[in-house]
Write a protein of this length. Sequence first.
Length: 214
Amino acid sequence: MNKTIRTEIFTRLRDADPHPTTELNFSSPFELLIAVLLSAQATDKGVNKATAKLFPVANTPQAMLDLGLEGVMEYTRTIGLYQTKSRHIIQTCRLLLDKHGGQVPQTREELEALPGVGRKTANVVLNTAFGVPVMAVDTHIFRVANRTKIAPGKNVREVEDKLMRVVPKEFLLNAHHWLILHGRYTCKAQKPLCQSCIINDLCEYGAKTTFQAA
């Protein structure tokens, strides 16, 4: 796939959704960090349901620590792996207070040093909370990048690195949101809605579906 086609793909995605963002609900970098920590192997809808009750009670590191592990788990128990995630939240809040003055750090290295925070989570926070043009490759982006041939790769890091190289700079800040949303609602894993896809004629997927979108 060449630069001209990639530019047209992202132009269409931008025209369809000029201001994309995460579907996780948050009102501060700290709330976003907690929501992303909870979102691993969970739906955004499920996380939002839990944080809608949690954040009014505890939306700062100190308030979360005051709630305690058992208290946090009362709000997160509807989410998969909630016990481990809740422990990570408590440990992270302690580190935020001890090392970062209660603020969410703005470098990948410092974010990845927090319990439960991997490269993808760090990239989501950097991009969404702080406006850093990075690529948080999840299963949706990995699938879309490979299926369309925008940036094929054998693993998520390879896809991330390739996207950072080939996505035109004007689209880089929002590219990860466009690709996630496209993978979530159109370029689905089992039944991609190719017939209603706005980049159908540019995509190099060899097994495009012809059924009507529901």
